[in-house]
Design a protein around this ligand. Sequence first.
Ligand SMILES: NC(=O)C1=CN([C@@H]2O[C@H](COP(=O)(O)OP(=O)(O)OC[C@H]3O[C@@H](n4cnc5c(N)ncnc54)[C@H](OP(=O)(O)O)[C@@H]3O)[C@@H](O)[C@H]2O)C=CC1
Ligand SMILES: C[C@H](O)[C@@H]1OC(=O)[C@H](O)[C@@H]1O
Length: 256
Amino acid sequence: MLLADKTVIVTGASRGIGRAAARECARQGARVVIGHSGSSQGTEAAYSLIEEIKAFGGQAIEVGGDAADPDTGDKLVAAAVQAFGSVDVFVNNAGICPFHSFLDMPREVYLKTINTNLNGAYFAVQAAANQMKNQGRGGAIIAVSSISALVGGGMQTHYTPTKAGLHSLMQSCAIALGSYGIRCNSVLPGTIATDINKDDLADEEKLAYMTSRTPLGRLGEPDDVAGPIVFLASDMARYVTGASLLVDGGLFVNLQ
Ligand SMILES: NC(=O)C1=CN([C@@H]2O[C@H](COP(=O)(O)OP(=O)(O)OC[C@H]3O[C@@H](n4cnc5c(N)ncnc54)[C@H](OP(=O)(O)O)[C@@H]3O)[C@@H](O)[C@H]2O)C=CC1
Ligand SMILES: C[C@H](O)[C@@H]1OC(=O)[C@H](O)[C@@H]1O
C-alpha cells in the first residue's frame, strides 16, 4: 500500500475529484480527513464516504468548514492531529467555478471564487506546512489546479487566475519548504465530469466539442485524477517537487 501509516487531509472530499482521491488514499492505507463545506448535503455525503471507507477497513473522519475562511485550514489540521496524531499529506482540492461572462461579472461572484479557490487555500497550505515542519519528517502538499492554469476560458475569467495561482503557489512553496522535506506539486485536470460542470456540459454541443478535443476520446472521471494524486502523495514521488502533472486525456496538447 502506497500510503500506509500516513494521515491525508483532502479538502472538498465529499464529492467529485476530492471524494475519489480521499477514497483511493484510504484504499492505499492512509487515515483520511474528509473536508467539505459544512452544508447539510456536504455533511451527508462526507458521512457516506466514511461508511464506504470503513467497509474496506479504512479510517476516516469528516470536517466541515468554508474553504474561503482563513481559519478552516487550522480546523482541518487540528482535527487530523486530534484523531490520528499527524498530518503527512495535504490535498487542496475544494473549489467552485460558477460560469459567468466577463463584462458583467458581479463583484461578489469574483470575490467568492477567489476567496474559495485561492485565498483560503493559501492559509490552509500554510497550516498544513507548519504542522509538517513541527513533526520533522517532511510531507507532501498537492494542489488540485487545472489545465485552466495554462489556458483561458471566456466564461472563467474569475476562475482561471485561481488555478494559475495555485499552480504558482506550489512552485514557490516547493522552494520555501524543500529544506523541511515537504514536497509541493500540483495536478492539472482537464475536463472531468462532476457536479462543477454538470450544467455547462448539459449543453450537448459543448459536451460533444469537449469530448472531440480530447485525444483519449472521453471526458475524465474523478477516479482518473485520484491515481496521480496518490502518486504525488506517496514516497514513489520522493524526488518530485515543484512539478505539475496534466491529467487531461491529452486535451492541452491537442492543437491540430
Ligand atoms: N471537474 C473538472 O473538470 C475540473 C475540476 N478541477 C478542480 O477540481 C476541484 C474539485 O472539483 P470537482 O470535483 O470537479 O467539483 P465538485 O463540485 O464535484 O466538488 C466540489 C467539492 O468542493 C467542496 N466545496 C465547494 N465549495 C466549498 C467551500 N466553500 N468550502 C468547502 N468546500 C467546498 C464541495 O463540498 P460540498 O459537498 O460540501 O459542497 C465538494 O466536496 C476544484 O478545485 C476544481 O476547480 C480542475 C480541473 C477540472
Ligand atoms: C469546471 C470546468 O468544466 C472545468 O474546470 C476546469 O478547471 C477545466 O478547465 C474545465 O473547464
